[in-house]
Write a protein that binds this ligand. Structure first.
Ligand code: DHB
Ligand code: FE
Length: 286
């Protein structure tokens, strides 16, 4: 008996989406088409409930200030409380962790030469809670334990796509060496194209986003080779959040030699939500 990664989910994390849910605005004309795109995803998650979610996201200076900036941080605590800028902490359930699986992944991944920061106390912001809300709606408790995995894509230098992709492989190896019959999903969040600052604020690049989704599905290895400056130029300063999707993709079973390409369960793209292009994918291991 061992744990395994059954599927990966990719989604943007726009804070205004969280506010729309929390303030009961999902039926408004502006929001309705966006939430419609996640209806199949909610049904899918109900039918395919994992034992744990490994949730790759970025913190936006809520858990970590400029005083301390881990590149990769794994949440090993038993629970994580919501926090946020802007609208403030969201009225969502606390996140229950999986300390045993998290500690095992930390052990295995660090021994595979990736330097993770162990975090035993941490709050989680919209980067983590908005994807949960999009996939789960407004339950009294989240459907399963969640391991928060925070990646620095806010303060330069940020990790490269290829490092993120290889880290995903190490995470898969870690999960598969866990002694317990667990179904684990890995979620890669953030993106797609957006820029919140400077003269290019409001930038959206549909062609880039479409090509990114196509390549993420069919040729993630090549996609992982793109340097971070391509993201900044083409997808905007905050588009760099997309490297986190490569961690989830690298954990899928075709990312090593001889694997079978995943099944595309759902694909959705919508422009705009707030200042951001929203992209969403569900890939299942065969
Ligand atoms: C927006 C998007 C983000 O990724 C974020 O962290 C904050 C704001 C936006 O589109 O408004
Ligand atoms: Fe963000």
């Amino acid at each position: 008996m061992m744990a395994r990664i059954t599927a990966s989910v990719y989604t943007s994390h726009v804070p205004a989406i969280g506010a729309a849910i929390d303030l009961g605005k999902t039926g408004e004309p502006y929001w309705q088409p966006l939430f419609k795109g996640y209806e199949p995803s909610k049904a899918w998650l109900k039918a395919n409930r994992p034992d744990a979610i490994f949730l790759v996201y970025n913190d936006h200076a809520n858990a970590f200030s400029l005083e301390m900036i881990p590149t990769f941080a794994i949440g090993c605590a038993a629970e994580f409380m919501p926090a946020d800028e802007g609208w403030g902490p969201r009225p969502v359930p606390r996140v229950i962790g999986h300390p045993e699986l998290a500690a095992h992944i930390a052990q295995s991944v660090i021994q595979q030469d990736f330097d993770l920061t162990i975090v035993n106390r941490m709050e989680v912001d919209h980067g983590l809670t908005v994807p949960l809300s999009l996939m789960c709606g407004q339950p009294a408790a989240w459907p399963c334990p969640v391991i928060p995995f925070a990646v620095n894509v806010v303060q330069y230098p940020v990790p490269s796509g290829s490092r993120c992709y290889r880290l995903g492989r190490a995470i898969r190896k870690a999960v598969e060496s866990y002694d317990g019959d667990l179904k684990v999903q890995i979620w890669g969040t953030g993106g797609m194209s957006h820029q919140l600052q400077g003269p290019r604020a409001g930038l959206i690049n549909r062609e880039w986003d479409k090509a990114f989704l196509d390549e993420l599905i069919a040729n993630p290895e090549r996609l992982a080779g793109r340097p971070h400056i391509d993201y900044v130029r083409e997808a905007g300063s905050e588009g760099i959040e997309l490297v986190m999707w490569l961690i989830a993709r690298g954990a899928m079973s075709d990312s090593g030699p001889g694997g079978t390409a995943p099944h595309v369960q759902h694909r959705f793209y919508h422009v705009p939500a707030s200042n951001t292009a929203v992209g969403h994918l569900i890939l299942e291991n065969r």
